[in-house]
Write a protein that binds this ligand. Sequence first.
Ligand SMILES: Nc1ncnc2c1ncn2[C@@H]1O[C@H](COP(=O)(O)OP(=O)(O)O)[C@@H](O)[C@H]1O
Ligand SMILES: Nc1ccn([C@@H]2O[C@H](COP(=O)(O)OP(=O)(O)O)[C@@H](O)[C@H]2O)c(=O)n1
Length: 244
Amino acid sequence: MIVAIDGPSGTGKSSTSKAVAAQLGLSYLDTGAQYRAITWWMLNNGVDVADPDAIAAAAGKPSIVSGTDPLAPAISADGVDASGPIRTPEVTAAVSAVSAVPEVRERITDLQRTIAAEARGGIVVEGRDIGTTVLPDADLKVFLTASAEARAARRNGELKSADGKPAADLAATQQALAARDKADSSRKTSPLKKADDAVEVDTTELTLEQVVECVVTLVEKAAADKAGSAGNAADAEGMEKAAR
Ligand SMILES: Nc1ncnc2c1ncn2[C@@H]1O[C@H](COP(=O)(O)OP(=O)(O)O)[C@@H](O)[C@H]1O
Ligand SMILES: Nc1ccn([C@@H]2O[C@H](COP(=O)(O)OP(=O)(O)O)[C@@H](O)[C@H]2O)c(=O)n1
């Protein structure tokens, strides 16, 4: 069972994917974390992230390793735990430019396909281009959306300053999200886009629990359909053999 969950920032991809995978005993892959980790490595290793040729030349250098346990997501670059630093504003500001470079996408897409192929019990993979490019034959594709206001409010809710007040201005967060959406949707190589056969879920008015319940139901239905068509294929094969 391969589940692709795509959508822009703040729509609930990570929270939903982790909860669905944990509930159904599936593996989990955060592909945004991989793009963030390669961006973090480049920033730390003197690569000019404003220069696509420099990014392309460095794309093959770091080793990026992702954990697939939804209860303990992990990501490292060259053996160094990157789970904290990949969420800094510096990485967030640079990641769209790095992830737009075809050599980076090719490298990371290969990694993602290998991880999905090795996840014997099934996997939930979340990102921007999973349903369209990375795993176009996924058993279920979900595209999450939410209003620009809801997405900015959710992202801001995560950024608390020491005194417990929101660390960022809501309008500034909304503007930064819009800029990243634009960059991610307009790049040439596998832009952020809903796959034609994805189920769109608008999460604006839903709680996280409701979104998880909705996606779990979709996965169970996809699994039943898959088992049904496998059964039908086996029946057809059996009938063919009996007829011979
Ligand atoms: N349906 C929802 N309602 C309210 N808050 C949500 C909902 N889904 C996710 N969140 C919160 O919004 C924030 C962003 O969610 P996240 O899963 O990281 O989104 P994404 O991976 O799409 O960027 C998190 O703090 C999460 O707890
Ligand atoms: N499959 C993916 C996943 C992420 N990305 C890039 O990685 C960035 C960070 O992704 P993320 O999922 O961590 O972003 P958030 O939703 O957490 O803000 C995105 O803005 C994209 O530029 C991508 O290009 N393709």
